[in-house]
Structure formats: structure tokens, C-alpha cells
Design a protein around this ligand. Structure first.
Ligand code: NAG
Ligand code: NAG
Ligand code: NAG
Length: 371
């Protein structure tokens, strides 16, 4: 597995721990597979069968086979246990005395004031944090260490760190947000992307809106930086929600009058099914889901994109950088398997600042009606 890096604040967070863990997990799986195979090899080669006594040797073999099966079973159980530990199930104890008291208070059960709810049958509200928080209890504890009713610590970078580590949702806090410095003056967009063509991978906003036949009113921009795309679309009366995991982007987007949503690309989008006319992304596919050997991560993301997009809505993959041929093939195969209509599909090369040629894919795809 590669390491995913996301730009947060002024630095870069690398999922080094996750990578280490998964490498360890892979090593362990490899070792157990190897051991099992060696064992089988030994069992079948070290017992040559003299023709005179086949039944006795047969029972010997079946004993060996039973032993191998038991060994495989035990390895599987060990693996499962390790996976549970890595993913954090069972290990986040809401009553852990080392947690700050407000975190314990938040996680405790709160009975409904009017007793059992007749519709759902529930009697208490349960507040949760993500199970991945158990991998970052040190950060989570810093986040929850504050004096109730006083000013919150200035820790937006900490929030971002937790979210990109999968600790999302975070607990609520009983502290007052710091007096915000007034929003910065809105920064104008320096470039002419989407208004003027720079290369064959660029599409014009107006052309894409025409493909939507004037029915594009709302959209989602995944990992949309400081909202440039949303600002351009707002000029055309289209409302775009921009997701970002960068703690510095929010104020900038708000000052430009567009809607910032702080979330990791790895989480399910907090939207109803079929509500967007358009989903746009440049880097979102990678940030949500890069894994060199498997494409499931990207599949989960694509299914969620498909979920929030309405029938007839457009998915605009904008200058997606294909790091290699294999990635291009994986992304192409994945997108094609959703059966979208290709309104635009352009693969092109661009030379970057260092003189290297890079391959980009740009596409506008229309979600089909499914019977
Ligand atoms: C929070 O701290 C950062 C530097 O760490 C500073 O730039 C920012 O202005 C602070 N914000 C508030 C609201 O105090
Ligand atoms: C956006 O809406 C306003 C108000 O309805 C209208 O005057 C304007 O022409 C619209 N702009 C575009 C690009 O459709
Ligand atoms: C490998 C092994 O145990 N082979 C046995 C097969 O059966 C004959 C007869 O009992 C033994 O002599 C072999 O040692």
C-alpha cells in the first residue's frame, strides 16, 4: 500500500502508522501463507507411499491434512483478531479513566427526557465518535481537554489531523469558539480555468452547463481547495458545496460566499440520495481512495458519488492526473462499469514544470436512468 498524503495547513500528514500497520499485516499474512504451504509441502513430500500399505499411509495423510486445516483456521482467527485491533473495534472504552472528563461525559448514555420514543422504541441517546478515534486517543484527548464554558483551545489543525486519520465524527465540546478574526477580504481567482481553454483537457463551464440542459442548480465539488470552482459556478447561479480537509480553507471559502464543508474524502457524504445535479472533482478520486494494488477504495467513493447524483446529473472529472498506465486503466474500467453516458472523454498529455510528460483524463459523464 502506498501512503496517502493530504495537504493540511502548512504541512503534510502522512498515514505512516497505517502504512506500517498494513505492512506488518501483509508480512504476517505472507508468513502464515508461507508456513502453511511449507507445511503442506512437507506433509505431501515426506510421506512417500509404498504400494504395499496404502491404507495406513492414507490415514497418516489425512491426519496431516487435518493438522493443516487446523493451522489455517488458527491463522485466520489470529488475522481476524489483529484486524479488529487495528481497526479499533472493542478498544474505545467510553469509561476509560485516562480520557478527559468531558469526553467521558459526552460518550455516556443520555436517557430521553420523555422516556421511550414510540416510533423508534429507543430510550436513550448515544453519542458516538468514530472507532478510528481509538487509534489517536492522544490527539482525541488533547481535543477534549478544555475547561467547560470557557474559550475553546485554538486547535483547528488538530481537528484536521483527527479527521484525516478517520476520527470523524468528533465529539461535541462545551466550550466557546474563539472570537473570530473577521473574515479575510475575498480573494479573486487568479486563473481563467473553466472560462478560457488552456489545453484539450479543459472544458468550459458554460459548455458543461449546456450539456446539463439548463437543469444544473446544485453541485458538489470534492476536495475543491478554496472554492474556486464554486465561485465560478455561483457567478452562473449554481450552488456548489465544496469539501475540504484543509483547516485553512473554510474562512477563505466563506469570505467568497460559497459553502465550505470540512470532511475527509474517506467518509460517506452527509447528503441525501440523488440531490445533486453535478459532481465535480480534480483530485478527489485519489485523496479518497488511493491503493496501488486494489481499487475497492475508489469503488466506495464512486458509489457514493453515484448515490448523491440524480439521474441525468453530470459527473465532471476535471484534469485527473493518471500517475501511470495502470491507474488510467483502473479508473477507466471503474467509471465505465457504472454505465454513464460519455458526453466528453479526453485523455491528454501535459508537460509539467520539471519537463516530465504527465497523462490527464478529463470527462463529463451523465448518470443513466436505472430501471
Ligand atoms: C490560532 O493559532 C494560529 C497559529 O497557530 C493563528 O494564526 C490564528 O490566528 C489563531 N486563531 C485564533 C482565533 O486565535
Ligand atoms: C443569476 O440570477 C440573477 C437573478 O435571478 C439574474 O439576474 C442573472 O442573469 C443570473 N445569471 C446567470 C448567469 O444566469
Ligand atoms: C512415510 C511413512 O510413514 N510411510 C509408511 C507407510 O507405511 C509403511 C508400512 O506401515 C511404513 O513402513 C512407512 O514408513
Amino acid at each position: 500500500m502506498g501512503s496517502v498524503s493530504l495537504k493540511i495547513g502548512d504541512g503534510t500528514a502522512r498515514f505512516r502508522r497505517a502504512t506500517l500497520w498494513s505492512s506488518a499485516l501483509h508480512l504476517l499474512m505472507l508468513a502464515s501463507v508461507l508456513a502453511t504451504n511449507l507445511f503442506a509441502f512437507y506433509a505431501f513430500t515426506s510421506t512417500p507411499l509404498p504400494a504395499s500399505q496404502p491404507s495406513k499411509n492414507l490415514s497418516l495423510i489425512s491426519e496431516h491434512v487435518a493438522l493443516i486445516l487446523r493451522e489455517i483456521d488458527a491463522s485466520e482467527r489470529r488475522l481476524h483478531q489483529i484486524q479488529r485491533e487495528l481497526s479499533g473495534y472493542n478498544s474505545l472504552d467510553p469509561l476509560n479513566p485516562s480520557f478527559p472528563s468531558d469526553l467521558r461525559l459526552f460518550l455516556s448514555r443520555h436517557p430521553l427526557p420523555l422516556g421511550k420514543d414510540s416510533k423508534s422504541g429507543i430510550t436513550q441517546m448515544i453519542s458516538s465518535v468514530s472507532h478510528s478515534c481509538s487509534r489517536s486517543t492522544d490527539l482525541l484527548s488533547s481535543f477534549s481537554s478544555y475547561k467547560p464554558w470557557s474559550k475553546c483551545p485554538n486547535d483547528s489543525l488538530l481537528v484536521t489531523k483527527l479527521i484525516v486519520r478517520g476520527c470523524d465524527p468528533l465529539p461535541r465540546r462545551r466550550c466557546l469558539t474563539r472570537p473570530s478574526t473577521s473574515l479575510p477580504a475575498p480573494t479573486p481567482i487568479a486563473h481563467q480555468i473553466w472560462l478560457k481553454l488552456r489545453g484539450k483537457n479543459d472544458f468550459l463551464i458554460d459548455d458543461v452547463l449546456k450539456m446539463g440542459k439548463g437543469a444544473i442548480r446544485t453541485g458538489l465539488d470534492i476536495s475543491g481547495g478554496v472554492g474556486d470552482f464554486a465561485v465560478r459556478m455561483a457567478e452562473r447561479n449554481v450552488t456548489i458545496v465544496t469539501t475540504s480537509s484543509d483547516s485553512d480553507s473554510g474562512a477563505m471559502m466563506a469570505s467568497r460566499g460559497v459553502f465550505p464543508l470540512l470532511m475527509s474524502t474517506a467518509g460517506r457524504f452527509p447528503f441525501y440520495d440523488s440531490v445533486f445535479d453535478l459532481v465535480h472533482t480534480t483530485k478527489g478520486l485519489d485523496e479518497g481512495a488511493v491503493d496501488k494494488t486494489k481499487s475497492e477504495g475508489m469503488e466506495f467513493l464512486m458509489f457514493d458519488i453515484d448515490r448523491v447524483l440524480r439521474t441525468g446529473g453530470l459527473f465532471w472529472l476535471d484534469n485527473y492526473h493518471c500517475v501511470d498506465d495502470e491507474r488510467k486503466r483502473v479508473v477507466t474500467r471503474l467509471i465505465e462499469s457504472f454505465g454513464y453516458k460519455k458526453l466528453k472523454w479526453v485523455v491528454g498529455e501535459k508537460v509539467d514544470g520539471a519537463g516530465r510528460s504527465r497523462v490527464y483524463l478529463s470527462a463529463v459523464l451523465q448518470k443513466p436512468a436505472r430501471g
